[in-house]
Design a binder for this molecule. Structure first.
Ligand SMILES: [Zn+2]
Length: 397
């Protein structure tokens, strides 16, 4: 047993591209891969690069309707097809613009998550696999949503279900946006537990993820939501995260952990209003790694997600990968990568260290002690809610 870490990547991932003015830029993946390379993570003896393949139609149909898949395929071949009204399916100018080749690009993201799932489940050598381009958690059965055409996470979960009858899967989503697509697709399924931490839906897309969304039918109790106050910073979040996720996973005792690692919770992210700094991702990664080992049979499928600063996403996901590899990184960025960021992202502030200490956020918090107090009290109330309501729901079954 070698205990390898799979990283799923191909330059073809650049084809998932909504255009130059869109925030979900493929450059984020290119710069991530480049930083992982320059930090020498890719030459680590435990790391194995795995190539994705396109998900098959059959694999997509486990999640999406045949009609919707047809629509994506037709518009992918001919973006100007006038026989289709794309808005019915969430496609068109705005969040999910139509582009030529989008079917293949989106199917490749799904196939990447399938490859990751497959290796973690079937291959004795792998305990962890990370598909950085995956994490398209908003896509629904019949629609694209929030930059997500096909839901690679749901496709991978169904792939796992096809490998083992009654497999129990725990899904943890730390993206700043609620993991609505995955939640609704498995809302009545007790074998897929979804846990989402996100900025409160009253203030952010997609406007869901409230504490009363707990699942339905046999799945009642198996959807868990932690809506967070805008501005929540590292400390209150880490306390909440560490006091809830491990207990929930221990109680549920899944066969495998699936995590969506969106990093749009960063304080400066242009799309959101949370208050995390980069060092939080190292601590989250540590907790998830421990949870996978202790409570999830040491099987961990990780996918990416949101994050809209080109210089932040690569650093955050490199921190996650390093943790998976048990590599301790120093707080230095390779000069060659800094140079690359300067050239390719001149419109962003140039980073000089791998993680920051979050001083900006903490200073803001100190300036507003009343708000800080409210945030702490509120996140403590979520811990109580989890202990008193969410946990008993899981253990009674
Ligand atoms: Zn997001």
């Amino acid at each position: 047993m070698v205990d390898k870490v799979g990283l799923i990547y191909t330059d073809d991932y650049q084809k998932y591209n909504f255009g130059v003015d869109h925030p979900f830029k493929p450059l984020r993946f290119k710069l991530t891969y480049s930083l992982m390379e320059k930090l020498e993570l890719l030459e680590n003896e435990r790391l194995e690069l795995l190539k994705p393949r396109e998900a098959t139609r059959e694999e997509l149909e486990r999640v999406h309707s045949s009609k919707y898949i047809d629509v994506v395929k037709k518009l992918s071949e001919n973006p100007n097809d006038r026989t289709i009204s794309p808005y019915t399916y969430g496609l068109g100018p705005g969040d999910n613009p139509i582009f030529k080749g989008m079917y293949e690009a989106a199917a490749l993201v799904c196939g990447g998550s399938i490859i990751a799932a497959d290796n973690v489940w079937n291959n004795e050598d792998f305990k962890v696999a990370f598909n950085i381009v995956g994490g398209l958690h908003h896509a629904g059965k019949d629609k694209a949503s929030g930059f997500c055409i096909f839901n690679d996470i749901a496709v991978a979960i169904h792939h796992l279900k096809s490998l083992k009858e009654n497999i129990k899967i725990a899904y943890v989503d730390i993206d700043c946006h609620h993991g609505d697509g995955v939640q609704w697709l498995f809302y009545d399924d007790p074998n897929v537990l979804t846990i989402s931490y996100h900025q409160d839906g009253r203030y952010l897309f997609p406007g869901t993820g409230f504490v009363n969304e707990v699942g339905e039918g046999k799945g009642k109790g198996y959807s868990i939501n932690f809506p967070l106050v805008p501005g929540t910073s590292n400390k209150p979040f880490l306390k909440l995260f560490r006091r809830t996720t491990p207990k929930i996973l221990e109680a549920y005792n899944p066969d495998i952990l699936v995590t969506q690692l969106g990093v749009d919770t960063y304080f400066d992210d242009p799309l959101t209003e949370m208050g995390f700094s980069l060092s939080v991702y190292r601590d989250i990664a540590q907790t998830l790694k421990t949870c996978a080992r202790e409570y999830c049979q040491n099987k961990w499928l990780a996918v990416g997600g949101g994050g809209y600063l080109m210089n932040v996403v690569p650093r955050a996901w490199s921190i996650f990968l390093a943790k998976m590899l048990d590599v301790e990184l120093s707080n230095e960025l390779p000069n060659s990568w800094i140079k690359e960021v300067k050239e390719l992202v001149p419109f962003e502030e140039t980073p000089y260290s791998l993680w920051d200490r979050g001083e900006k956020v903490e200073v803001q918090m100190l300036k507003n002690p009343e708000i800080a107090k409210k945030i702490i009290e509120y996140s403590n109330s979520l811990i109580e809610l989890s202990d008193e309501k969410y946990l008993p729901n899981l253990t009674k079954s």
